[in-house]
Design a protein. Structure first.
Length: 216
């Protein structure tokens, strides 16, 4: 990926140099167009990995800038993301934390070598960005620690109506993280079809079930 971006950048500079030899240097808008064209030439469909992955929605475009989006745009991104959340069938939010733990420690899925884009073959990849429990000796720090996630939020019984706000927030955050932070770096697991509802229920259990190692 890094090599591809270097090649793309070199192509843009070369194109800019050719233009400069003929007239004036390209404008920032023209450079953006040249960069996009170079990027598209650097990728191809292969297996389940399609060039369409380069296409950005409003949130991705606005948050790819070196400046934060205006408040009005950020609010629009969050509102659209919140509206996109599909709440669990039958109000069943919680699954098996043991399965959720395995998902959290798995980074598999969505590569061009995978035979199918079906979410059931994917992992949640949580360990790459978060600490999950105290047993871990290596974990990512892009996101906050998830240790005691439910315990710190006072969730003693996931079926207790008092826990409903945290349970619903957590589901929404997993489904489409941009609903609560326009430029969140967290994968939009449900929205992007990275995990299915059953898998999300299992990750929910890992985070919120008092018996989970996360809440010990």
């Amino acid at each position: 990926m890094k090599k591809t971006l270097i090649i793309a950048a070199a192509a843009v500079l070369a194109a800019a140099g050719l233009v400069a030899g003929c007239a004036t240097m390209p404008s920032p808008q023209e450079l953006d167009q040249l960069t996009q064209a170079a990027m598209k030439r650097s990728f191809r469909d292969q297996g389940i990995a399609k060039v369409s992955r380069l296409e950005q929605d409003l949130g991705q475009k606005a948050c790819s800038s070196d400046q934060a989006p205006p408040d009005a745009v950020a609010k629009q991104i969050e509102a659209e993301a919140l509206a996109s959340i599909k709440w669990p069938e039958g109000g069943r939010y919680i699954g098996d934390w043991r399965v959720g733990e395995k998902l959290a420690q798995s980074g598999r899925g969505m590569t061009w070598t995978d035979k199918s884009a079906d979410p059931s073959a994917n992992g949640a990849n949580c360990y790459n960005c978060h600490q999950i429990d105290k047993k871990e000796i290596s974990y990512g720090t892009i996101g906050p620690s998830l240790y005691n996630y439910g315990k710190l939020r006072g969730v003693k019984n996931v079926a207790d109506p008092a826990a409903a706000p945290i349970v619903q927030y957590t589901w929404g955050k997993l489904w489409n993280s941009k609903a609560y932070a326009a430029c969140s770096n967290m994968p939009r697991f449900g929205h992007a079809h990275l995990l299915n509802e059953d898998q999300l229920r299992d990750v929910m259990a890992l985070l919120l079930d008092p018996r989970s190692p996360v809440n010990e």
